[in-house]
Design a protein around this ligand. Sequence first.
Ligand code: PMP
Length: 449
Amino acid sequence: MPDNINLEHFWMPFTANRQFKSRPRMLVGAQGMHYITDDGRRILDGTAGLWCVNAGHGHPKIVQAIQQQAAALDYGPLFQMGHPRAFEAASALVSIAPEGLNRVFFCNDGSEAVDSALKIALAYHRARGDGLRTRLIGRERAYHGVGFGGIAVGGIAGNRKHFGPTLAGVDHLRHPLDIARNAFSRGLPEHGAEIADELEQRLLALHDPSTVAAVIVEPLQGSTGVILPPKGYLQKLRAICDRHGILLIFDEVITGFGRLGTAFAADYFGVVPDMIVCAKGLTNAAVPMGAVIVRQDIHDAFMAAAPENTIEFFHGYTYSGHPLAAAAAVAAIGVYREEGLFDRAAAMAPYFEDAAHSLKGLPWVKDVRNLGLVCGIELESVPGKPTARAVDVFLKCFWDKNVLIRTTGDIIALSPPLIIDKPQIDELFGAIGDVLKHQQATPSPEAVE
Ligand code: PMP
């Protein structure tokens, strides 16, 4: 590690800070499919950073766009003012969004975008004189960022339990992961669409449906272990929301920008939500940015309700539509289009799927599930150590194989940049397979977090 680095000041996010310090993993560079470590190793990026660097690292067109923007207009307020890049970025995003979703509200990341979408849902109903709709429905094991709205609708106890009360009036549906019935399914699981019916049962049994504002789901639950929607499940959610006048929000922070081989998961599933929350790949992660893409008539309801020449939606951030982020978004969406990266992901998905399922039968492997260029490999846990085996694989891949994977619980999650080629897919799954083949009966002590 470089001598000038002091580990005593930076409080690292979502990190076992003390464990990290005993063996720091430092990234100092990145290009294309690879990270460079401080000891000069090239690490194959099997996770696109945190599911976000979809066009690969350091894309020259995105780098150049950011540099030029920084020199031309570093910052400009967007409250009652404008700058061209923000408008261009909104139009670029609408150009790849599902039809009908054509208004964009910019934020700085996924968490802010989730909270903004929830606020839009609540305020939309009020604007239409339907202000009793205040309840929100999320799902177990959902990750919707770390804002107070996001942790409330999210389904991860650990993200909530340290902070006391969050939002009132939130319910959680069961998640649809059912390994007993769907283990090693390729693509969408066959079984489990009926779990969506629980939404209607809850609405009718527990609440007056006319008190529910919105249902929010990740079309594919990513960071809690790649939980795929069973065939027909999202269609059912859409139909139930329609029947009861409830908005359906897709959190596409992970699935947006080609992860499933289409611009958005909404396109893949043929289910159009009322709002899409996105971030990460929006700028290819080069500058933080999030967005809510909203159906035109939702936007119009705000315009119609507010008196002439008043602010229609009391919400925004200093850095909403920041010029550098907007420039990066315009460039990233241009790169996705010019290089056909969404189609490329779709074309590569069957090879990725075969490689993922080649791990079936290896020690510890309990389930493999995949869609597009995302895959989850669930391991049998050691009793009492629910993360140990996956962390063990992670550490061995990083230190011995020069491959970056991601883990959650005892699940390995892979989501490489969309530019990955076949030899790199072989390298990625080959490294994991090799580690699993040579697993020890118990994970190394370092692996136990
Ligand atoms: N929603 C989903 C589905 C996510 O996966 C994430 C981040 N992994 C977020 C929201 C939060 O995004 P951010 O970390 O940019 O706030």
